[in-house]
Design a protein around this ligand. Structure first.
Ligand SMILES: [Zn+2]
Length: 93
C-alpha cells in the first residue's frame, strides 16, 4: 500500500508493478506532470477506442487502395497518420 490516496474515493492506493491502482474503484490512477492524480479511463473504454481506431484505419486503407485523386489521397494519408498517432498515444495510457 502507498501513502497516496485515490483522488476519486480516498481509499489507499496499491502499487502493482509500475502501475498504481485503487482497489475500491478497480481503476488505475495516473499522475499528471503537475503532480495531480486522476483516475485512468476504464480499460474497457480504452479497448473500445482502440477497436474503433483500428476499424477506421481499415476503412481508410481500403479507400486508399481505390483512390486516385491526389487531393483525396493526401487527406486520407493525413487521416491515417492521425489515427496511427492516436493509437500510439493510446498505448501509452
Ligand atoms: Zn478509488
Amino acid at each position: 500500500m502507498l501513502a497516496q490516496s485515490c483522488p476519486e474515493c480516498g481509499s489507499p492506493l496499491m502499487k502493482v508493478g509500475d502501475d498504481i491502482y485503487c482497489a475500491t474503484c478497480n481503476r488505475r490512477v495516473v499522475y499528471a506532470k503537475e503532480g495531480t492524480a486522476s483516475v485512468a479511463e476504464d480499460s474497457t473504454e480504452l479497448a473500445e477506442l482502440r477497436r474503433t481506431l483500428t476499424d477506421k484505419l481499415r476503412t481508410v486503407n481500403s479507400q486508399l487502395e481505390q483512390e486516385t485523386d491526389i487531393e483525396v489521397l493526401t487527406k486520407l494519408t493525413n487521416l491515417m497518420v492521425l489515427l496511427l498517432r492516436a493509437l500510439r498515444e493510446l498505448s501509452k495510457i
